[in-house]
Structure formats: structure tokens, C-alpha cells
Design a protein around this ligand. Sequence first.
Ligand code: FMN
Length: 377
Amino acid sequence: MNDIRTGSGHPALRPERIGRLTLANRLAVAPMTRVSAAPDGTPTPEMADYYAAYAEGGFGLLISEGTYTDTVYSQGYLNQPGIVSGEHAEAWRRITERVHAAGARFVMQLMHAGALSQGNRYRDDTAGPSAVLPRGEKMPEYGGSGTWPAPKAMTPADIETAVDGFVRSAVRARQAGFDGVEVHGANGYLVDQFLTDYTNLRDDSYGGPVSGRVRLAAEMVAAIRAEVGADFCVGIRLSQTKVNDFAHRWPGGGHDAKIIFAALAEAGASYLHIASEGRDWIETARLDGGATITGLARQVTGLPVIANGGMHDLARAAQVLSDGHADLVSVGRGALANPDLPRRLGEGRPPAEFDHMMLQPMATLGNARLWRQAARI
Ligand SMILES: Cc1cc2nc3c(=O)[nH]c(=O)nc-3n(C[C@H](O)[C@H](O)[C@H](O)COP(=O)(O)O)c2cc1C
């Protein structure tokens, strides 16, 4: 079929640019934690096969799972990959080579879990903007159970260590062959804890009004940019919803959003990626009068914007791109079910349905392999 929504004429299949990066199409694999690295955070050969499959399936851009950035408070889950040593970078290099050989671009998501850490081989306590008990409970699919403890309120020195970890990790990611990094500022983790009014009760310059709460995110982007130069892609992912709060919305309609987006563009971000944790784009992106949060991000910054949340609905993805709500779409669960989604789209083959059982009892690559064997896929 050669229809705008289901065949080779689909707008997602057109090439795109992010800064100096050229992409074969506008379909990105969303970052997805798979807790399948070695206990010391070293990526494995199985992870190389996993990422290569998306590149071979035609995705123009891959964004890695959230990868921890220091040996203090950043790690979020046991068996999460890290980028804190030369050994980590070397193992990632073997993965970036496979991805590049198949023609895709690869960005590493840099993640600090903050108060939502549920497994850290370096220490038992957690740190966040303020000593506020996190809402909700730890996630079993990443090996957690029960409630999170209240974090220690980070000192200025702790904040400096966290920023420094992101900068050093970005440099290591570049050495490992990545085309860019994405600061994980979404879904309730450290950077989002600073952005959020009810988890950030600080009375210093990192708290208070939204212009203070966005300061950590902007400092991270600016510090990475200063170190890696203009050529390297430095994106940031944001979201209103969180893994432990699907109802949260930035206050003031688009008012706070505009301040956040402008600060990040000013800091030197290459793109903005707006996630829809636990909900889909249509629900999380809507503003009054038919406007959307992703469209607003484009207008305010003039930067490429990636929309996320239910984009495996390819008619929805076509509408989002054609109506100017975003420049790219990222696909999470739909990519798990269809590592070859872009090829299917080009050939007019319908995508397979995502089955959440492939992530049970934990979201590991090993469990997905067992699920495929049982399903004979
Ligand atoms: C197994 C799994 C792991 C995820 N891990 C991450 C992560 O490491 N970083 C992140 O920003 N989002 C993560 N997400 C959220 C996805 O990137 C995405 O925003 C979400 O699945 C909604 O998009 P979708 O409707 O295309 O699945 C994860 C989602 C899943 C299903």
C-alpha cells in the first residue's frame, strides 16, 4: 500500500536532521530500561544484538536505555548499564559499531535516578532535591518492591558532583562512538524531581519558581555543551507525567512549559524529547484551543521536537508530524513488538501488537527471549 498512513508515503519515513546529524527517517526508538547489563554496569553482547535489531529494522535514530552517570547516587536499578568507566565505554563501543553498521544514529540517554533509585551497587541511601517521601511504589519490572525511602536533600556539592557526572559521561559516550547524548529530565527521576514543585522544596537558587527549578536541567545541558562542542548532539527528555504520578501537569497551562523550553534552548540543547509516561501523547500533550505541548516546544525554541506516547498508532504519528506538532516520533512498546517497524511501514505490513507479558516478571532481554520462544516469534 502506498497510502500516507500505512505505506512508503508516510511522513515518518522522510529523512530528517537534528543539528548536524542526518537521520534516514523520523522514527526513533524510545529509551527503554532492560536491566540486562552485567552487575558492574558493563553492557553485554546480548544488548548489542538487541540494539542492532532496531537499526537493522530501519529506525533512523535509537535512544539507549537510561544509563547511570556516576558512582555515587545516580544508579537507579541493579543491572542497569553505566557509562562511568573506560570498560563501560569500550563495551558500549562494540554496540555503537553494530548500530552504525546498520545505518542508524545512536544517542545515549544519561540518567540519574535521584529519589527514585531502587537498586544502586555503590550505596544504599538515595538523594534528591529535598527530603520528600516519593509518591507510589518501586517498580517490580525493574526489580523493586515496596515504597521508596525519603532521599537526603542534596547539598550544592552533591549537585556539582551530579552535573560533573553527566559531563564526564557525555565525553565517554562520545568516545564510545555515540552520536549524541540525551539528558533524562523526564518521568520523575532526578532532573524532573528538581523541575517538580512538590518534590523540590529548596529555598536556594535551584528551587522556588519554575525559573529556579529548571536551573539544574539547564546547567547540565550547558555544561555538557561547553565540554563537547557544537558538533555533538545534546538533547533533553522532559515529561509532565512520571512513573509514580500519571496525573501531574505543569502548572499554568503553557506558561511554565514556555519558561522550561526557552531555558533549555538557551542552554544549547539540540532537541527536546517530550515523553508521555503511563499515558499517550493525545492525553498528555493537549493544551487549550487545539495547541499541544510538543507544538509549543517547537514554536518557543525552533528546535527539533520528538513526540512520544502511543506512536505505534501510525495514523496518529502521521497526523502529529503532518500537523506540525513534532519533527520526529519515538516509539517504545511498539518497537519492542516490532524492532522492524520502519520496514513494515515502508512495505505496508501491519505492526504486531505489544504484549506486556514479554516484560514479565522483569523487563530483561532474557525474559523477552523466553516470551518469543513460547510465542514462536
Ligand atoms: C520497558 C520500558 C522501559 C522504559 N525505560 C525508560 C528509560 O530508561 N528512560 C525513559 O526516558 N523512558 C523509559 N520508558 C518510557 C518509554 O521511553 C516511553 O516513553 C513509554 O513507553 C511511552 O511510549 P510508547 O507508548 O511508545 O510505549 C520505558 C518504557 C518501557 C516500556
